[in-house]
Write a protein that binds this ligand. Structure first.
Ligand SMILES: [Zn+2]
Length: 92
């Protein structure tokens, strides 16, 4: 189930939440099964990737969020940093 509708949650927080609620009528074995299911759920690669691309004003913007590349205060040149300072995308 990948795509825009996917919601990332903290699996460890979910387990603690379930334990705190002590779901009524739940047997220890049932809880163990739930914990196993959560532990077995796939993890998601959170490294966002993007690239610096020219916009209509001949500036460079992040392909992921549109953040403009920073400009070197001394040389006035656009800096193609390895990461976007706004969204954190790793630039390729
Ligand atoms: Zn960005």
């Amino acid at each position: 189930m990948k795509g825009a509708s996917m919601r990332l949650i903290d699996a460890d927080a979910l387990i603690i939440n379930l334990m705190d609620r002590g779901i009524e009528g739940l047997q220890t074995d049932d809880f163990y099964e739930i914990q196993q299911a959560v532990d077995d759920a796939p993890t998601v690669d959170l490294v966002r990737r993007g690239k610096w691309q020219p916009d209509s004003d001949n500036c460079l913007v992040c392909s992921e969020c549109g953040n403009p590349a920073e400009i070197n205060g001394i040389t006035g040149e656009l800096m193609e940093s390895p990461y976007c300072s706004e969204c954190g995308a790793k630039m390729e």
